[in-house]
Design a protein around this ligand. Structure first.
Ligand code: ADP
Ligand code: MG
Length: 227
């Protein structure tokens, strides 16, 4: 038992450290990217080939930070009552430009009166990883629909896309670390998301049909209105 306690304290310290490191590391990565791109203009073919690899590896480092720590803050584990409509305003601000860039549209219908209990940064990270996958799966004129509803003490959040969909085999492997079908995927996004939803006392399930689309459903306990 004693050991367990120490382990969880260590995990807290690691989380906090990772959160602040992520903030600090993003900027130098971007600056490095800019200078490598400049160098590409005045070098030979061999040099360009090397720089291409350097840029790809840099992007991989950024993708790993994104999947784990988009919203990471040093106050990592603070638990609050979260209003879903407010949380989704923030999520929408980040995801809408990405969807537009991919030629898709997002519609979000979240009633004002839905609250859960949890950590805002982690909740948003979990949702971003799901929505990002939807965007990355979109065909031309793709559509993503996000809505939420409450049934008694349970809140359901749906994220539905008309993207590439998945086979049964792919569906079964979701959340497995390093499982990715993308050339530039990390295969870490959904692993992180499943863990966060579990920590929030919820359940995440996926329904999908190849070439038709995917729907993620998150079941979460509603916050106690008395508190
Ligand atoms: P990554 O996005 O880095 O590949 P993820 O853990 O986020 O890693 O997702 C794992 C895999 O699950 C993806 O590579 C993709 O094949 C599949 N996937 C997840 N969400 C969707 C979706 N909405 N539509 C189609 N495939 C998806
Ligand atoms: Mg992903």
């Amino acid at each position: 038992f004693n050991n367990e306690l120490q382990r969880s304290e260590k995990m807290d310290i690691i989380s906090e450290l990772a959160a602040s490191v992520a903030h600090e590391v993003r900027n130098p990565l971007q600056v490095t990217r800019g200078f490598l791109q400049l160098l590409q203009m005045n070098t030979d073919d061999k040099g360009r080939e090397h720089l291409k690899i350097a840029l790809e590896e840099l992007d991989r480092a950024s993708a790993i930070i994104t999947d784990f720590l988009t919203f990471a803050k040093p106050e990592f584990d603070k638990v609050n009552k979260l209003n879903l409509a407010q949380e989704f305003q923030h999520i929408e601000g980040i995801m809408r430009p990405l969807a537009t860039l991919a030629g898709g549209t997002i519609t979000i219908n979240i009633p004002d009166n839905l609250d859960i209990q949890g950590n805002s940064s982690k909740f948003k990270q979990a949702l971003i990883n799901i929505v990002k996958n939807s965007i990355e799966a979109l065909p031309e004129e793709g559509k993503i629909h996000i809505w939420a509803e409450q049934n008694e003490k349970e809140i359901e959040i749906h994220i539905q896309d008309n993207g590439s969909g998945m086979t049964e085999e792919e569906l079964k492997r979701l959340g497995e670390p390093y499982f990715s079908n993308k050339t530039k995927g990390t295969g870490l996004g959904l692993m992180v998301t499943f863990r966060i939803i579990e920590a929030l006392g919820g359940v995440l399930e996926f329904k999908s049909k190849k070439n038709v689309g995917t729907e993620a459903v998150i079941h979460l306990p509603a916050a106690d209105p008395q508190v």
